[in-house]
Write a protein that binds this ligand. Sequence first.
Ligand code: ADP
Length: 457
Amino acid sequence: MFTRILIANRGEIALRIIRAARELGIETVCVYSQADADAPWLEFADRTICIGPGPAAESYLRIDRIISAAEIANVDAIHPGYGFLAENSHFAGVCRDCHIEFIGPSPEAMATLGDKLSCRAMARATGTPIFPGSKEAIEDIEEAVTLAAEIGYPVIVKATAGGGGRGMRVARNEVTLRTAVGAASHEAQAAFGNGAVYVEKFLENARHVEIQVLGDKHGQAVHLFDRDCSTQRRHQKLLEEAPAPGVDPRKRDAVAKSAVEMIRRAGYAGAATVEFLMDREQNFYMLEVNTRVQVEHPVTEMITGIDIVKTMIRIAAGEPLQIKQRDIAVSGHAIECRINAEDPDRGFIPQPGLVTDFVTPGGPGVRLDTHVRSGYRIPTDYDSLIAKLIVHGRDRDEAIARMRGALDEFRIGPIKTTIGLHRRLMDQRPFIDAEYDIHYLERMLSNESAGEAPVPA
Ligand code: ADP
């Protein structure tokens, strides 16, 4: 096992990794930016090293500075968390060249699954269901037009290097497709330095269901069942739950099995999430693979009792997976609400600033992953996620009731947050009945701003 690891991240996930390392008897080194100099989680690290100014491009994204810190502190491994460098295969490669273990997949496995086209090829080879669409990047517009006619409109043009919802355009007919290809390619070139795009079928009113997978360095892989992350705004997840409500276990098991096979075939070691869209008939279509720990990993931990972050560290240290698929079972239901420092009444604009009022919820089945405390000043430089409130109940109804109570107890001020929004969501009939899709939250928000009374629960 490692003696010391470096955490190349900040906020709640840095604290989450510190906690996992501490339980494993591993020392932690946190790198931080000047904007995070007084940050609470740094108190719990064994050592801290400043790597530059607030903007991430000058600190948390600076591979040279992170590697220097790792050399100075003499660490065995680096945990990248999520975001920043977590899915950067170049960074994973630099770590390897420097004989520092990257707590995640090899650069090769990351590159194969991170590129949407090679990931689709891997899915095809392992029977993982995908949308009908391109096998190769689009060479010219006529090719896209022919393919779209074959699979039928609507279609979506996507960047092979895509991420964060950029480089995507929906086309409902040939005229819009002709402009969509150029626009998506242009945007992808600017965002990723790679303008390659492809076309696939576009599914309306889908649900987002994903499978958590773990693979080790000895060719073993297991899945930890599914999560539903359909509650989104502008493709950003706001609430996640596990297991995905109402999914036929046979369909779920078949898809999960194929996801495991894909991870194994890619020689993948670490935690991965295979994301799918699911239609009304519960057909699954793979979207992409995330080659890192996810923000929403706690809901899976709550229903399986498996510590995903600790397992990632063990896998990176070369330990074989201790758990067999037959021993992994779902217990109860878990929900996570992302508490963002944003003002939902004013277009979700970020709310940096001083937190003076911070009263946290508690009680049975309530978990709070946060780096915030009273007196903490939220910096302007980073993502607005300030807390993840997770509840676990015997079943979904109990989890919802528990979440209502926890949200009522949770007080953060004077800054605005998404707590009230989540609280209203808990009373919406479609949410209670799990009759939602990826547009549901946006529909609820536009009904609210139109002054329509909510559907009473
Ligand atoms: P990114 O890597 O940029 O996040 P994804 O492939 O994960 O891109 O897609 C992001 C979101 O775009 C999905 O959650 C979904 O809302 C929408 N989307 C992507 N592909 C499709 C599709 N084929 N049909 C319908 N919606 C899609």
